[in-house]
Ligand binder design. Structure first.
Ligand code: C2O
Ligand code: CU
Length: 560
């Protein structure tokens, strides 16, 4: 680290410390804990295997025919390391694909070129608290944040996105997201499809106005079309006209009025983008492929199936490969979840029109959620649980390559042993609640530095947590619960008063390592999670980003 950079780092640290100390008073007074800021940043400026710069900034790109669309996106630059680390060919507005090896030491400079504060979270990676993108580390426009960590995760498909307080939904929606893939020797040994046969598919739903500009809740990115001058803070698009001014506030993160409510229930766009492109078509050759799916939508759940009911072969989830492949007729993919599929396209004759569908399902969304979801999607709204085509696939002609058979055993995972938990007899219960028009967990909404006794865990232990979505009626909605830190295992689910299986349970992939789990209305889901390596303050929250931004997020603290 050069001396000016070091100086800047010290100044930033100092400045942040001052900013934090005013808001920390209540937490400290209430819990007698030192400020969370004790977590020192392990940035040495020493040699690293990979050094990347990621600049978050506005950009103008072509998404639909006609006018270009204003977006916010990550632009990557490889400062040192193997050129294969940064794949800049990712589609549309998506950030570069970052390809890392397990064991690598990585430095990443985030440069904030946005008009508001931001910070990046490496979703699914296990990193020290100051590297995890907690909103308290958000940096102002023009500032930078330097991350440095060692990749300890096993091979798998992870991703990165913003995590500032109350504005994650908006920033992701405007385009800030990218893939981060980790490889390791265990995975290499399997000989899974690589190169052009290892494809990532990022699913997102968006709404555009008649000038091709993104509409987030009531807010249009760039208040005026690109060719005119900008006037900040104007209502734009359909919703502005439909709902009338003032009903939907910018950001909509505060309770109150229709705006607060709509913002809370979730953003459902009426166009499905794959890798940032609408109406996506994938050309494949008649060979075996690895398809890495990520649901990077703000709130939409997908129920994925091939149009002809060919079973899906699932080989991996959030935290990498499963022990053995699974066959399913359809799979549910909640916001932030990943699935790796193995597909042998030689099974279909060349020229067969093939589509990946999202099937209709009952999301269980109560009256208010359903209504607001529909309204927010605009007049042609694609409601929560409505069916649609996700992707078209064209199988090219040619001599089919005999697909290398998929190994029957992919990995060895430790057994998920509930008796290893320190609270084996009594799961910690986290009720997903709605009170006073604000989401919460056990009735508490997010506070920057707050944790309760229940949210305190001991370093090196395992715990059983139970997420309860007992909500019903008007405010019932599914939640996609994500816990930062190490990957966890799903132990069990129960649904309804007699503890049966949810009607959609055939599509849940609960096997393997997970960092995000769908909890449908009426469901209770138990997970087993280890808290090793790093002490400090970490997040757990609903990954339906409007829920997260309006309170359905809390901290947990790992103590020595
Ligand atoms: Cu992908 Cu806390 O988030
Ligand atoms: Cu939620």
């Amino acid at each position: 680290m050069g001396s000016t950079q070091l100086e800047r780092f010290r100044m930033n640290k100092q400045r942040r410390h001052i900013l934090i100390s005013s808001s920390v008073v209540t937490a400290v007074a209430a819990f007698g804990l030192p400020p969370a800021f004790s977590g020192k940043r392990d940035v040495h400026g020493g040699p690293v295997d990979v050094h990347i710069e990621l600049r978050a900034a506005p950009d103008l790109i072509n998404i639909r025919p006609g006018s270009p669309t204003q977006v916010w996106r990550y632009k990557g630059k490889l400062l040192s390391g193997d050129p294969g680390v940064l794949d800049l060919s990712a589609g549309g507005y998506l950030g570069p694909v970052i390809r890392l090896r397990r064991g690598q030491r990585v430095r990443i400079d985030l440069i904030n070129g946005l008009p508001e504060s931001t910070i990046i979270h490496w979703h699914g990676l296990h990193v020290p608290e100051a590297m995890d993108g907690h909103p308290r580390y958000a940096v102002d426009p023009g500032e930078r944040y330097t991350y440095e960590f060692t990749v300890v995760n096993r091979a798998g498909s992870y991703w990165f996105h913003p995590h500032p307080h109350g504005r994650t939904g908006k920033q992701v929606y405007y385009g800030l997201a990218g893939l981060l893939q980790v490889s390791d020797a265990e995975e290499d040994a399997l000989g899974l499809p690589t190169g052009a046969q290892d494809l990532s598919l990022v699913f997102q739903d968006r709404s555009f106005d008649s000038e091709n500009q993104l509409i987030y809740l009531s807010e249009r990115l760039g208040a005026t079309p690109p060719q005119r001058s900008t006037q900040g803070g104007m209502m734009g698009g359909r919703m502005g006209g439909m709902m009338g001014g003032g009903m939907m506030n910018r950001g909509s993160t505060r309770a109150g009025g229709m705006g607060g409510m709509a913002g809370m229930m979730g953003m459902f766009g009426d166009e499905i983008l794959v890798n940032g492109k609408p109406g996506a078509t994938l050309d494949v050759v008649p060979r075996a492929y690895r398809l890495r799916l990520l649901n990077a939508s703000n709130s939409r759940i997908y129920k994925l199936a091939w149009h002809d009911d060919t079973p899906l072969t699932v080989i991996g989830t959030d935290g990498g490969l499963l022990e053995a492949p699974l066959q399913r007729n359809h799979v549910m993919l909640a916001p932030a979840e990943r699935l790796d599929l193995w597909v042998d396209f030689s099974r279909w004759p060349a020229g067969t029109p093939l589509t990946l569908q999202s099937l209709a399902f009952d999301s269980g969304t109560g009256g208010m959620g359903g209504m607001m979801g529909n309204m927010m999607g605009g007049s042609g709204a694609l409601a929560d649980g409505a069916p649609f085509t996700v992707l078209s696939v064209r199988v090219q002609g040619g001599v089919p390559h005999a697909a290398k058979p998929l190994p029957p055993r992919l990995a060895t995972l430790p057994a998920a042993d509930p008796s290893a938990a320190v609270n084996a007899g009594s799961a910690k219960v986290f009720d997903l609640t709605m009170g006073m028009m604000k989401w919460g967990i056990n009735g508490r909404s997010f506070e920057m530095l707050e944790t309760t006794a229940l949210e305190t865990v001991k370093l090196g232990t395992q715990e059983i947590w139970e997420f309860r979505n007992d909500s019903s009626g008007m405010m019932s909605m599914a939640h996609s619960m994500h816990v930062h830190g190490q990957q966890f295992r799903v132990l069990s689910r129960s649904y309804g008063s007699n503890g049966g299986a949810h009607p959609e349970s055939a599509g849940f992939i609960d096997e393997g390592w997970k960092d995000t789990v769908l909890v449908m209305p009426g469901e209770r889901v138990r997970i087993l999670k280890r808290f090793a390596d790093y002490t400090g303050l970490f997040l757990y929250h609903c990954h339906m980003l409007e829920h997260e931004d309006s309170g359905l997020m809390r901290n947990y603290r790992v103590v020595a």
